[in-house]
Design a protein around this ligand. Sequence first.
Ligand code: KIV
Length: 260
Amino acid sequence: MILSQLQSFKENSEKITCLTAYDASFAKLFDECGVDVILVGDSLGNVIQGSKNTLSVTMQDMIYHTQAAAKGVQNALLIADMPYQSYTNAEQTLKNAECLMSAGAHMIKFEGGSEYEASFKLLQANNIPVCGHLGLQPQSIVEMGGYKVQGKDEQSAQRILKDAKMLESWGVKTIVLECVPAKLASKISKAISIPTIGIGAGVGCDGQVLVSYDMLGINTGYLPKFVKNFLTGNDSIESAVNDYINSVKSQNFPNDEYSY
Ligand code: KIV
């Protein structure tokens, strides 16, 4: 997918589908099913490495898995996560983002808002497409006091909305909104012209993402409210993925049962 197509989904009111993949086989399967965006998420720390959180994931891990996933992708847009401590200043962010682009990513993603102004601006100046990540930021799990819904009170809701607008003004191409009330995510999605991709953020986002292992019922650890097992009622991984695509495109997922 060329980058401008991502923007045209929003302009044409077509929902964007996104799943995580960490290797060539899953990336190829999702790509062939027609998933629009494939994310090499640092959630690989949980589902591949068996860690309790994403903090132990390294640049080396992300490069390895991005190289693998890139080999399976023909049509989808491939986004790679910047891991914990890999974007502590603008110069380091640029260097590490370039490594992920060289590994085959079409876009990089990192968690955080206005505090990363210099990094967003430097990446834009160097033509590296960026996906933002606001709301719950798993790499700040200690500071955030656990996996909690963000933006529930007026002050934090305003901060997330403001950050989304700032990111848009700094050239960010799309923003993942994680674990925010559906009403807030919908308001943000209307307030900015770039697409939002929600996870636990309701049907009002411009697209949806799930960790593939979660939506295939593979992850036996803690499952948040927003996770639906699409393999239930389907007899193959392909059918489950097609069900997910159809459910997102038709706005049947996520309904209230899977939102805050
Ligand atoms: O790492 C990841 O899989 C993510 C998604 C949860 C959006 O960032």
